[in-house]
Design a protein around this ligand. Structure first.
Ligand code: AMP
Length: 310
């Protein structure tokens, strides 16, 4: 049972209507790893620069995340600056500096190659492909974003063909396929290769598509949302971390996928309650269990007691 993740390891400067933070720890791999670490052994692959200190690494190792494949290279750590206005479903990117990611050549250790599950977090699609080529994972998943659909579409489509599961925002699925209807867009991406497609829908939750089933889960209606940065990666971490944790070596059955969707939503709901990684860092097992139950209560209803009129 182990899950390898490659993705950005970043410093993020973020402004929301509820405050701002400068150069806090972030990145797709970091948000993902923290969420997944509640269910399984996680190994992070990626480069960091001279400005990345032991205190940043400690955030990961405190959750027993393996950091042996985090490479320190001369230069600056990946940097992202963004802001959200009142619609916190829309992230506005103000600056992206790839820095040490620009020339990164991933070299997975034997342990990272052998992990049975792989998550290719949001980063250049060519880099995702080079990692996929080295890994012997039996289940690989991929996330991406509008920047790569715009600037590296062919590489991204090739990367998608090499994975079993694609997680994308609903708008990005539409953008990738040119289909305005979400179900059609999901089916069109399944034709590119993946057998599982998850459409993330921000505060509205997420929808799962497989050849046999469609399943939708809402977001938790929270009164206090401070910073949605990393919610998509936390969702992916809860989803794949849970699948890896319960895995018996075979196919994922629909019931496990549904529970994984719930854990994805649970982790995303915690992520948005505070800036960056702050909330998930202090999350406890009992809070996790309590919120899973809250989701069950939110989404369960009984058969109708009376039949409808003709
Ligand atoms: P999310 O809110 O889950 O979509 O992801 C936000 C995280 O993605 C932030 O922590 C950023 O550091 C990271 N990020 C933003 N833009 C990029 C990019 N172009 N490539 C890789 N990671 C990015």
């Amino acid at each position: 049972m182990a899950l390898t993740v490659v993705g950005s390891i970043a410093f993020d400067s973020v402004r929301t209507p509820f405050g701002e933070r400068d150069r806090m720890l972030g990145g797709s791999a970091v948000h993902f790893a923290l969420a997944a670490s509640f269910f399984t052994e996680v190994r992070v692959v990626g480069p960091v620069g001279d400005d990345f200190g032991d205190d940043h690494l400690a955030v990961l190792s405190e959750r027993a995340i393996d950091t042996d494949d985090i490479e320190h290279v001369p230069g600056k750590t990946f940097f992202w600056r963004g802001h959200y206005d009142h619609d916190m479903n829309i992230a506005h990117t103000d600056d992206t500096e790839l820095n040490v990611f620009a020339d990164f050549e991933p070299k997975l250790s034997p342990a990272s190659c052998e992990a049975q599950m792989l998550f290719l977090g949001n980063i250049q699609p060519e880099l995702q492909r080079r990692v996929r080529a080295q890994s012997s994972a039996s289940f690989a998943a991929l996330d991406s974003m509008n920047l790569w659909i715009d600037t590296a579409r062919d590489s991204l489509v090739a990367a998608i063909a090499e994975v079993d599961c694609l997680l994308l925002n609903d708008a990005e699925l539409r953008m990738l396929t040119g289909r305005p209807n979400l179900s059609q867009a999901a089916r069109a991406t399944m034709e590119m290769g993946p057998s599982v497609v998850v459409a993330k829908r921000g505060e509205y939750g997420a929808v799962l598509f497989t050849a046999e089933a469609t399943f939708a889960i809402p977001g938790l209606p929270l009164e206090d949302v401070r910073d949605p940065t990393g919610a998509g990666d936390s969702f992916a971490g809860g989803f794949l971390g849970y699948l890896d944790g319960v895995r018996t070596g075979g196919e994922h059955d629909e019931r496990a996928l549904r529970r994984a969707m719930a854990y994805g939503s649970v982790l995303a709901s915690f992520n948005v309650e505070d800036f960056g990684t702050e909330r998930v860092q202090r999350l406890t097992e009992s809070e996790l269990a309590e919120r899973y139950d809250e989701f069950r209560r939110l989404t369960t209803f009984e058969e109708a007691p009376v039949s409808s009129r003709p």
